[in-house]
Design a protein around this ligand. Structure first.
Ligand code: NAD
Length: 496
């Protein structure tokens, strides 16, 4: 059995805590590796490595840092299929989707390659007589990144390229369900020339998370996961004096207006509802069919859903398994509950043929119609391939429903009416909005993040907000002596 360890100070470090977790292949249900979970010794070693590497890395020139970023980008681009295969083997998503995830992560690396420009400060000559003022942004120190299972490569890459390029050192704690991608990327950083200790991987559970939240060495925490844990991380991290961005769960709605192209809307509902088996924080889980289009739209989605092939992600299927048996049981439990509550089950993912060997954690595409807002399939984040159609009378009611939701991650509208789209983007209380685009994940040079219970903290990931999150500002006011200098004045400095 393969044992997966930690990556600390540029080397694999075997765990000594005695605590382990099984890593499985969700397509077969088989255990593929044993993961060492961190105890105090590994936590201390990771903190020491990140703190020890910081002074030299902070002082490394931007030219050198950028060269290493470019080298990492080139290596990752050349070997992205390897990383995608690791993701499919532990997460279950189909290979093309895993490759898509890596490509979106690569975009953040490319963004971070421009760090010299992003860190440029301002300069004002002669702000007061013979006084100049300039601003700089400096790195924070060792930073922690705690990531979820559903994007083993992309979510860590929302943060670490910008953190490292800005001069910080990193301790990444990946999800214990999908640890291999992080370890693979750590080795790649070393190959790219990153000094030891700048990027560390600490595998672990709550013990490791709490240790990072409390450690005085750690200056900021970037967390992505479910809302209750995000809230906990935000509260504990900020109470310990850290800067925290904690991205939480989601329940994303897609409005389809009567004037929309219903074939396009049905295609995109399928892509956004069932891509990655619905295990995306930007997945669409509720389709709001406005007016009298409901029957036609449901029929079109149904035709497409039954044609999807679900199975092992290495076999060219459309959709893979869920990540664990627990996830499979949770999702089938929601389907049972939706049926019991009286929603119309149009396509039942509990039944069906799955193209895989063994006992994989499969649930096929599932479509409910006539879902009402009191049902658990509507209120809860299911995080599986379950799409709910809610029939709704008017556009205003659809917007009100979205705004009443406690989450505010992503949302989309399908319409050919520019005025309606504009009203939607203006009024909807959600961080990321798609207009005839179902999964509106922002480009790396914009920032990713939701509103309300989908994000705690005030900085979104990557883009300029990411650069601000991983740096602190300083303003320097300077006067160089010349013969006119001198004199005592105890008044508050005024400019002249
Ligand atoms: P999770 O909250 O179970 O785990 C996330 C991380 O927290 C993992 O590293 C895990 O080890 C750690 N963790 C789990 N329980 C903990 C505890 N009690 N104390 C401290 N740490 C703990 O989330 P998940 O199941 O891995 O990921 C799915 C969730 O992530 C979904 O809710 C999804 O919406 C969300 N997500 C959100 C975004 C976003 O951008 N908002 C992106 C991806 C995923």
């Amino acid at each position: 059995m393969t044992v997966l360890n930690h990556w600390i100070n540029g080397a694999e470090v075997a765990g000594t805590s005695g605590k382990t977790a099984d890593v499985t292949n969700p397509a077969t249900g088989g255990v593929t590796a044993t993961l060492s979970l961190a105890g105090q010794a590994e936590l201390d070693a990771a903190l020491k490595a990140a703190a020890g590497a910081f002074p030299a890395w902070r002082d490394t020139s931007l030219a050198k840092r950028t060269q290493i970023l470019f080298a990492f980008r080139e290596l990752l681009n050349a070997r992205k299929e390897e990383l995608a295969a690791l993701i499919t083997a532990e997460h279950g998503k189909v290979l093309s989707d895993a490759l898509g995830e890596v490509s979106r992560g690569l975009e953040v690396v490319e963004f971070a390659c421009g760090i010299s420009h992003l860190l440029k400060g301002g300069f004002t000559e002669n702000a007061s007589t013979k006084v100049d003022v300039h601003s700089v942004r400096q790195p924070l120190g060792p930073v922690a990144i705690i990531s979820p299972f559903n994007f083993p490569a992309m979510v860590p890459m929302w943060f670490f390229p910008v953190a490292i390029a800005s001069g910080n050192t990193v301790v990444l704690k990946p999800s214990e369900k999908v640890p291999s991608a992080a370890l693979w990327m750590a080795r790649l950083w070393q190959e790219a020339g990153l000094p030891d200790g700048v990027f560390n991987v600490l595998n672990g559970d709550k013990f490791a998370v709490d240790g990072l939240l409390d450690a005085p060495e750690i200056k900021s925490v970037s967390f992505v996961g479910s809302t209750p844990i995000a809230q906990y991380v935000y509260q504990r991290g900020t109470a310990a004096g850290k800067r925290v961005q904690a991205l939480g769960g989601a329940k994303n709605h897609m409005i389809v207006l009567p004037d929309a192209d219903l074939d396009l809307a049905a295609d995109q509902a399928i892509n956004a509802g069932f891509g990655s088996a619905g295990e995306r924080c930007m997945a669409i889980s509720a389709v709001l069919a406005v007016g009298s289009i409901g029957d036609e739209l449901v029929q079109k989605i149904k035709e497409r859903a039954v044609a999807l092939r679900t199975g092992d992600g290495t076999r060219g299927c459309d959709m893979g398994p869920l990540v664990t048996q627990v996830a499979q049981d949770r999702v089938t439990g929601y389907i049972d509950a939706g049926e019991a509550a009286g929603a119309t089950l149009v396509v039942d993912g509990r039944q069906g043929e799955f193209d895989a060997d063994g006992n994989g954690f499969f649930v096929g595409p599932t479509l409910f119609d006539n879902v009402t807002t009191d049902m658990s399939i509507y209120t809860d984040e299911i995080f599986g391939p379950v799409l709910s159609v809610v029939r709704i009378d008017s556009f205003d009611e659809a917007i009100a429903l979205i705004n009443a939701n406690p989450y505010g991650n992503g949302t989309a509208i399908f319409t050919n009416d520019g005025g309606a789209a504009r009203k939607f983007q203006n009024e909807v209380e959600v961080g990321m909005i798609g207009i005839n685009v179902p999964v509106p994940v922002p480009m790396a040079y914009y920032s990713f993040g939701g509103w309300k219970n989908s994000l705690f903290g005030d900085s979104h990931a990557h883009g300029t907000e990411g650069v601000h999150f991983f740096t602190r500002g300083k303003v320097v006011t300077s006067r160089w002596l010349d013969p006119s200098h001198g004199g005592i004045n105890l008044g508050f400095p005024q400019n002249a």
